[in-house]
Design a binder for this molecule. Structure first.
Ligand SMILES: Cc1cc2nc3c(=O)[nH]c(=O)nc-3n(C[C@H](O)[C@H](O)[C@H](O)COP(=O)(O)O)c2cc1C
Length: 192
């Protein structure tokens, strides 16, 4: 597996003093812009906050409790929005797929630049919509934290350190990848 994929994880122990340059943040958002979209519809939009600016402060204000302890330590927060068309099930479905692809590319680009990307659903979408005048045909779906990991994890608040130290697990390959018929493993995987 590519090292960027293997090395990626959703960290919380960000260095609250670390910053990200405008050039690096531009590259990360641009990586999202270049993600594939259904029918090249390009439904995804980004609201970009860099620590210290008003957009960042407004984004920290919409975090839910589970994220408000660690996510403000990020160097940037990017609200990723997509088309909201429940009346058009196909467009609605693929607009959500498109946002996932954009976020995934942004996370890998962040990783390549030495930053960690952590996607969040835990924010108040209505408050974000009001704060940024998001139009009625768009909805914010993911808030992406982009941060630099602290060098000394002993310096982290205990709750953040504990969560970061939890083992990362996945279903095994034979539980998720099938061939022939549903449930029959596609691979004889040595491990997960
Ligand atoms: C759509 C989505 C929403 C998520 N929302 C949150 C969140 O609100 N807070 C949080 O700490 N992590 C959130 N996560 C991160 C997941 O918890 C994490 O990806 C998962 O536990 C796997 O861990 P890993 O990314 O380190 O492999 C979210 C991930 C996704 C894809």
């Amino acid at each position: 597996m590519h090292e960027l994929i293997e090395g990626r994880w959703s960290a919380r122990g960000y260095d609250p003093a670390a910053t990200i340059s405008v050039a690096n943040l531009t590259t990360i958002v641009d990586a999202g812009r270049w993600a594939p979209t259904w029918g090249r519809m390009q439904p995804v939009r980004f609201v970009v906050g860099r620590r210290g600016d008003a957009t960042f402060d407004a984004l920290t204000g919409v975090l839910t409790r589970g994220n408000s302890g660690w996510a403000p330590r990020a160097a940037a927060l990017v609200l990723v929005c997509t088309t909201d068309r429940p009346d058009d099930p196909k467009e609605h479905t693929y607009a959500a797929v498109d946002v996932g692809l954009a976020v995934s590319q942004m996370i890998l680009q962040a990783e390549a630049l030495g930053f960690n990307g952590h996607p969040m659903a835990g924010f108040d979408a209505a408050a974000a919509t009001a704060a940024f005048d998001i139009p009625a045909d768009k909805r914010p779906l993911v808030l992406l934290g982009i941060g630099a990991l602290v060098e000394d994890t002993a310096s982290l608040p205990e709750d953040i350190r504990d969560r970061d130290e939890r083992p990362r697990t996945r279903l095994t390959l034979d539980e998720v990848a099938f061939a022939g018929r549903w449930g029959r493993p596609a691979f004889t995987a040595p491990d997960a």
